[in-house]
Design a protein around this ligand. Sequence first.
Ligand code: ZN
Length: 182
Amino acid sequence: MLKTTDILDEKDKRLRQVSKAVSFPLNKKDIDMINDMLEHLVNSQIEEIASKYNLRPGMGLAAIQLGVNKRYFVIAHEQDDKTFNKYVIINPKIVSHSEELIYAGGGEGCLSVNREVEGIIPRFARITIEYQDIDGNTKKLRAREELAIAVQHEMDHLNGILFMDKIDKDNPFKDEDKMRMI
Ligand code: ZN
């Protein structure tokens, strides 16, 4: 199980590294870490478990947030029936994206950022990425809405970018009318 203290805080310079491409097969350490990351994300979104262990809810986590500078991240996306769709995304590349932009009305959260940050982070409403799965097979994922935001947020982590970097400092709600809030 991950400890909350394993997750790097925004002030940690390691979060600013550009992560390195992953080669296959993955070693056991990475596979164990991927499973721990997914477990943590699922637990953090289940209220009784989250309050018992004092976990902040999160749906995505990138390896670099645990100090491992490799290009992978995981997402646990809760569905209407309370099950979770789990994604392990390695060496992702954007294949295509919508013109339409959206933003998360409640702001974006990040397990490395322990404070509220106000403002708009423009994201593509729909994106298609190509990536490798845990066995090294090349796959495609079409993501829209909330999942699309999560994928773009996590891909930014692989390039050393945090979500606040994308908020206009002088006018955090700039271009609000040009995007759709979700
Ligand atoms: Zn994050």
